[in-house]
Design a protein around this ligand. Structure first.
Ligand SMILES: NC(=O)c1ccc[n+]([C@@H]2O[C@H](COP(=O)([O-])OP(=O)(O)OC[C@H]3O[C@@H](n4cnc5c(N)ncnc54)[C@H](OP(=O)(O)O)[C@@H]3O)[C@@H](O)[C@H]2O)c1
Length: 245
């Protein structure tokens, strides 16, 4: 039987690219997110991918999703994102709540639901898609910095708590990735503000660059745990040091 990989947030960006990469590696991939029609299109196009509806902010949805799975060998906790770039002083509590619910509690819900299957598989991989925003804070980072730091902490705690169990705990922390929707969502649909994020940057990372790194982490031998892989475009030496032409 093929190994099964679950990818959350697989309807766009890094999640979609990861679903494609893992299917190419021979995994049975369960591509999960809220926008079912996008997932159905992906599943119809790529052999080895099947679509599943999942809202990580709903315990009911996570429970139903977990109950629908026969097995889970690899879990890619990718669903997440940012809302707003306001200073802490004027940040909207509702935005912070939303970011916390998806990036932190969403990851927690899915992890709790699937951890027993990962352990039962005898060689599980739990991968957290965090961000360099979870390692270094920046002005306007506010709720997203806080949420991604929390996700990074959760990853570290899990690795400590699960030592001795047959499951690897991996973190992939990307810098600037030019995906279709991430910045658009952050700027609430303002496409010119979203475009300015990448303006003049010679080559931001693509979703597939990150998916390639994820796929590499997941396909190491069972005893090799990539604790944290930080991946940035060459043009981004640090959070505040971006080369633009
Ligand atoms: N782009 C970057 O620069 C960057 C850098 C570092 C880290 N990251 C992280 O990488 C991950 C993917 O980002 P991306 O750039 O690929 O963004 P994206 O294109 O906006 O994708 C986000 C995905 O998350 C899903 N999602 C959002 N809320 C969800 C929910 N409640 N339940 C289930 N799925 C949900 C979305 O699907 P539905 O709307 O269909 O549910 C979508 O598939 C995120 O965790 C992000 O924080 C991104």
């Amino acid at each position: 039987m093929n190994r099964t990989a679950v990818v959350t947030g697989a309807s766009s960006g890094i999640g979609e690219a990861t679903a494609r990469r893992l299917a190419a590696e021979g995994f049975d991939v369960v591509a999960a997110a809220r926008r079912r029609e996008r997932l159905d299109r992906l599943a119809a196009e790529v052999p080895g991918i099947r679509a599943a509806t999942l809202d990580v902010t709903s315990q009911e949805s996570v429970d139903a999703f977990a109950a629908s799975l026969d097995r889970c060998d690899v879990l890619i906790n990718n669903a997440g994102g940012a809302v707003g770039l306001e200073p802490v002083a004027s940040g909207d509590v509702a935005d912070w709540q939303q970011m916390y619910d998806v990036n932190v509690l969403g990851t927690l819900r899915v992890t709790q639901a699937l951890l027993p299957r990962l352990i039962d598989s005898g060689d599980g991989v739990l991968l957290m898609l965090t961000s360099v925003a979870g390692l270094v804070s920046y002005e306007g980072g506010g709720g997203y910095n806080a949420a991604k730091h929390a996700q990074t902490s959760m990853t570290e705690v899990l690795r400590l708590e699960l030592v001795g169990k047959p499951v690897r705990i991996v973190e992939v922390a990307p810098g600037m990735v030019h995906t279709e929707e991430f910045s658009l969502n952050r700027f609430r649909g303002d496409s010119s503000a979203a475009d300015r994020v990448y303006q003049g940057v010679p080559d931001p990372l693509s979703a597939d660059d990150v998916a390639d790194a994820i796929s590499w982490c997941v396909t190491r031998p069972a005893h090799v745990n990539i604790d944290r892989l930080v991946i940035r475009p060459r043009a981004q030496a640090a959070q505040h040091k971006i080369h633009r032409v």
